[in-house]
Design a protein around this ligand. Structure first.
Ligand code: SF4
Ligand code: FES
Length: 230
């Protein structure tokens, strides 16, 4: 199986494509495949030339940390939660193409710097503080919104999210909802922050919900906040 990866040696280096021949098990995930390619002392590309190890991130290997987010065959997804059998579907000659998320600066190969997600939450004061829950908010929606991994997959497909300077995307909307639901004293300010950095610019493509690995119903968070903003 041929695997092509968009590689970049450092944040300032030029990206380039390099291909590998994967002959490991197909009953594994893209993360398992990357581990296999990196396993040998000498890493060889598909031309038989020595090359450096493929840089990528992981922690949990079970779809709960968000570190392995990347673009797999054109779709943003978690590498540990994407299985080769689903990608090649009985066609082992199929190529697998991996590239880093495009909405964040590349650090090396498939590793990107997602600090802007946390920076936007910090500079907008989106944290719960003291727990003073609203009386009329759904606990099941709070539970769903709290599952966010901060993986950034939703930002990759969002047509309105560019550099994260003004519009902060679905990851931000869900955290705004949580703060609103769990701290009634902050609710008024949070509603304004939500409107400024999300509500006023979201065009409701809802592609964020299609790719979210935790299946967070962002539209429900939006509906709760939009209802109160007006
Ligand atoms: S909303 Fe979903 S896709 Fe977006 S950062 Fe959170 S878990 Fe990832
Ligand atoms: S390694 Fe944690 S989500 Fe993939």
């Amino acid at each position: 199986m041929r695997v092509s990866i968009l590689r970049q040696e450092s944040p300032t280096a030029e990206p380039y494509w390099e291909s590998f021949c994967y002959d490991g098990p197909t009953e594994t995930s893209v993360a398992g495949m990357l581990d296999h390619l990196n396993f040998h002392d000498d890493i060889l590309n598909d031309a038989g030339q020595k090359t450096r190890r493929i840089a990528w991130e992981c922690s949990c290997m079970q779809g709960t940390c968000g570190a392995c987010a990347m673009v797999i065959n054109g779709m943003p997804a978690l590498a540990c939660d994407t299985f080769l059998r689903d990608l090649v579907a009985g066609r082992p000659e199929e190529e697998i193409v991996l590239r880093p998320l495009s909405k964040f600066p590349v650090i090396r190969d498939l590793v990107v710097d997602r600090a802007s997600i946390q920076d936007n939450l910090k500079r907008s004061d989106v944290f719960i503080g003291s727990y003073q829950p609203m009386d009329d908010e759904s606990f099941s929606l709070q539970y769903e919104a709290a599952k966010c991994l901060k993986c950034g997959l939703c930002l990759e497909v969002c047509p309105n999210y560019t550099n994260g300077n003004t519009f902060f995307g679905a990851v931000f909307a869900n955290d705004c909802y949580l703060v609103h639901a769990r701290n009634r004293e902050k609710s008024r300010e949070i509603k304004k922050t939500y409107a400024r950095h999300f509500g006023s610019a979201c065009s409701k493509s809802l592609s964020c919900m299609d790719v979210c690995p935790m299946r967070i119903p962002t539209i429900a968070s939006m509906a709760r906040l939009n209802r109160r903003v007006r």
